[in-house]
Design a binder for this molecule. Structure first.
Ligand SMILES: Cc1cc2nc3c(=O)[nH]c(=O)nc-3n(C[C@H](O)[C@H](O)[C@H](O)COP(=O)(O)O)c2cc1C
Length: 169
């Protein structure tokens, strides 16, 4: 089984955990790779580099409201994978808009494949991500998602292990 972790994560000013060098979701993505051996594709944009939390919150709200699709760097060929984890922070009730840019580009690439959503958040859990992933990838087998508080990830490896064990890893 070939497995990939696709994720977005924002390092820098973070309200709950201070100014972080590695984003919360990246830490979870790294746990997943360590445990399952999955390769990674990180959705990267420099649009938010160095932004203060308050400004980012406002910008992200606008992007979500308008359904903007910011560009990301590089890309990945999904044809060789049969299981794909998709993870990101919750921004305004769902994944950051740049992830939807990725979803749109790859909408037909996950037919017949297993998709496993996960999030980091500060209270919203999975919010609407599982429904949004189902909508974005018609024909994919989307499993129940996993969510973890961003401020818990650094001490939360055991939770990730338990979740993955439940999925057969
Ligand atoms: C722009 C923005 C919007 C956010 N909106 C929500 C939200 O609606 N619900 C929630 O629980 N957390 C929200 N958060 C908190 C993040 O989901 C949380 O800090 C997450 O762990 C960040 O992950 P990252 O470090 O991988 O980017 C928001 C954070 C930002 C920066």
């Amino acid at each position: 089984m070939k497995t990939l972790v696709i994720f977005f994560s924002h390092a820098g000013d973070n309200y709950s955990v201070g100014n972080i060098e590695v984003g919360n979701t990246k830490i979870v993505a790294d746990y997943i790779s360590e445990i399952t051996g999955a390769k990674q594709f990180e959705i990267v944009t420099h649009k938010y580099d160095g932004m203060a939390y308050g400004s980012l919150i406002k910008l992200a709200q606008e992007e979500t409201r308008k359904g903007e699709l910011p560009e990301y760097e590089g890309d990945v060929d999904l044809s060789g994978y049969d299981t794909v984890f998709i993870g990101g922070p919750i921004w305004w009730g769902t994944y950051p808009q740049v992830m939807f840019t990725f979803f749109k580009k790859h909408a037909s690439d996950l037919k017949g494949k297993t998709v496993i959503p996960f999030t980091t958040h500060e209270g919203s859990g999975l919010a609407s991500t599982v429904q949004d992933v189902k909508k974005a990838f018609p024909g994919a087998a989307v499993k129940d998602g996993f969510s973890i508080y961003g401020h818990d990830v650094r001490t939360g490896k055991a939770k990730v292990e338990k979740w993955l064990k439940g999925l057969g890893w």
